[in-house]
Design a protein around this ligand. Structure first.
Ligand code: PEP
Length: 634
């Protein structure tokens, strides 16, 4: 629960901060330039770098936020989020102490925090990131593993295209005091109590005399076009024809057109030479102009002191649009509608498709679940158990084993499995792990037991001893024990009898070697192994037997039997059981597949009619890998 609250909190913060940067990448670019200037390396940065970094950071934050919310790639996402917070927290402390820029810009212009507030926020987020990293596996998934790539790809693509669009045009949501509909006179007025107004740094000066013209330009009534060019030296001069058309239009209609720039006299002269500009110029602070409009040059239309419209250089009107007085030009009055439309567009293009995808994925998972159930109809109307059993073999010391069992227990407590789960551990783990898992959905199995009941058999562990640890199962007949410890069918028969007599259930392994498979002897081998060690049992005893078909050539080799190969022999094994115990018992017998089974091939294998789960070696040694196989039953 706590982990999921942290996940949603961190996800929401990242999505928010990523979104405000994506819809205003130029704002992040300017902020990075401010940092570079304050830290004295602005000249070393290639000109494209601040914008590229801004977009990359915005996309990373946005996507990580979405990954967290949907529970996509939980391990890696939590690691990257932690790494980010480990970098940003000391950095924000440094900013708070040295104060090179006043607002760190973490939430763009949407929420402005002081550097100390940002540091405080980062301490909280760092704690949240640590929790997510430690318990990432407890986070809930909103989307299945099969579909998560779609959400991930769509988010990156959407973020990338939106950032491109807003760079080409203007921020689609404007959080600044210069938004459409804002009254500049009001935004610049100092309150009686001395509160700093939202716009406090805009002062329009005559280029020749340095006289303050702010009031006379802003406060005079009528239509005014302000061409804003923070720095003419780097402004887009490809729009000079459009500017010439606008100049003519303003002359014809007696509107004021004035260019506000942060450039000096030489910069202005140079711009006039290049573009043939015939409009007047005034000077203003470059940063204030960058805040006013995210384009160089950009155009603002004022009616008195109210902003009626804003256009990036790529959107400047041409003579076709400038065909009537401003009052009659519909496109010139953008009002707040534009922002509302953009928010609706954001929802329709991103949020709604994503919700639809999640819903479809949910329906698909339900369908698959049902299909699995329908896929295995039993004539007796009974369901045989689906089982995923781990076999740790001779791996993990006691502490490592306890850690692995604990991790798995927490994972399966957070997300209930759709099958029975068993872990087979070495003897030394049995008592501790059984105790640890006693209230969990996981059962414990031994990997062997002696073929003697008790007595002078130094080093052996009896079935009774296994049972006394709390274990419920024992794996017998594994090919490694048959091969390295010479366990014959007769010895195994004794072990099976003792295990059952002591109340243990047996996972009995059978399977052919590569030579036997090449000689097409797999059926004969399996039948003989069953006949040699377990077919003497009564039908009542048989209820405590699970068969594991493990082709020896597939164990630990990375080679898996194809789902068809496995199904063929599983069906054969079931028919052998039916021959001895009847169809009904055979239909209730769980037959597991073992041999390089992984999260990637388990769904196909388990989708087969006669495959009821897996006995897992290598992939049971990591909780996440084992869980991925368990999830194949979802
Ligand atoms: C096993 O030894 O039971 C087994 C199936 O191993 P692996 O999954 O590593 O092939």
């Amino acid at each position: 629960m706590a982990v999921n609250i942290c996940r949603i909190l961190m996800g929401a913060v990242l999505v928010f901060s990523g979104t405000v940067k994506i819809i205003d990448p130029r704002g992040t670019e300017y902020k990075i330039q401010d940092y570079a200037a304050a830290l004295g390396f602005s000249n070393d940065l290639p000109t494209y770098m601040p914008l590229a970094l801004g977009v990359a950071l915005a996309l990373l934050e946005f996507s990580l936020g979405i990954y967290l919310m949907f529970g996509i790639r939980r391990k890696w996402t939590s690691r990257i989020v932690l790494l980010m917070m480990l970098l940003f927290t000391p950095w924000s402390l440094y900013l708070a102490i040295t104060n090179p820029v006043h607002d760190c810009g973490c939430f763009g212009d949407a929420i402005q925090l002081t550097n100390w507030q940002t540091f405080g926020k980062n301490i909280v987020l760092l704690t949240v990131a640590l929790i997510l990293w430690k318990w990432h596996h407890l986070g809930k998934r909103l989307i299945s593993q099969h579909s998560q790539w779609l959400v991930a790809l769509y988010s990156w693509l959407f973020g990338f295209l939106l950032a491109g669009y807003t760079i080409y045009t203007l921020p689609i949501i404007d959080f600044r005091p210069y938004h459409i509909g804002a009254d500049l006179a009001e935004q610049m007025a100092w309150k009686e109590d001395g509160t700093v107004p939202p716009i406090s740094d805009l002062m329009i000066l005559d280029t020749e005399t340095g006289q303050d013209l702010t009031d006379s330009i802003i406060a005079t009534p009528g239509w005014k076009f302000l061409l804003i060019a923070p720095r003419l030296e780097v402004a887009d001069d490809g729009v000079m024809d459009r500017l010439a058309e606008l100049t003519d239009y303003c002359k014809r209609n007696h509107y004021l057109l004035i260019c506000l720039t942060g450039s000096d006299h030489d910069g202005i002269m140079n711009w006039c030479d290049i573009t043939g500009a015939e409009y007047p110029f005034c000077q203003a602070d470059e940063t204030a102009l960058k805040t006013a409009i995210r384009s160089n040059p950009g155009l603002i239309l004022l009616n008195g002191s109210i902003i009626e419209g804003k256009w990036a250089s790529s959107q400047l009107p041409g003579y076709k649009e400038l065909n009537a007085p401003v009052e009659e030009l519909k496109w010139a009055h953008q009002k707040q509608e534009t922002m509302r439309q953009h928010v609706i567009a954001l929802f329709s293009l991103y949020v709604i498709p994503l919700l639809l995808l999640t819903l479809l994925d949910f329906i698909w998972s339900l369908y698959r679940k049902n299909k699995n159930t329908i896929h295995k109809p039993l004539k007796t109307n009974k369901m045989r158990k689906h089982i995923v059993a781990g076999n740790w073999k001779m791996n993990k010391n006691l502490q490592e084993g306890v850690a692995l069992a604990t991790e798995l227990k927490e994972m399966l407590a957070a997300e209930k499995p759709n099958c029975d789960v068993i872990i087979g551990t070495p003897f030394i783990h049995l008592a501790t792990v059984s105790d640890l898992l006693k209230d969990s959905v996981i059962a414990v199995s031994a990997e062997n037991c002696a073929n003697k009941a008790s007595g002078a058999y130094t080093g052996e562990v009896s079935a009774e001893m296994v049972k006394s640890t709390g274990a419920e199962y024992v794996i017998l007949g594994h090919s490694e024990r048959r091969e390295y410890y010479n366990e014959t069918p007769e010895i195994l028969k004794e072990k099976v009898d003792l295990a059952l007599a002591n109340g243990l259930k047996v996972i009995f392994c059978i399977g052919e070697s590569l030579e036997q498979r090449e000689a097409n002897e797999q059926e004969a081998v399996c039948k003989a192994e069953l006949a040699g060690s377990v077919f003497h049992l009564t039908a009542e005893q048989w209820k405590n037997i699970v068969i594991a078909y493990e082709p020896i050539w597939a164990i630990g080799t990375g080679k898996t039997a194809t789902a068809e190969q496995a199904e063929e022999i599983h069906a054969y094994i079931r028919s052998c059981v039916a021959d001895v115990y009847g169809k009904e018992v055979a239909d209730e017998t769980s037959i597991l597949y073992g041999g390089s089974c992984k999260g990637s091939n388990a769904p196909e294998l388990f989708g087969k009619e006669d495959i009821d789960g897996g006995l897992i070696g290598g992939a049971s040694l990591k909780a996440a890998d084992f869980k991925a196989i368990i999830d194949a039953w979802k």
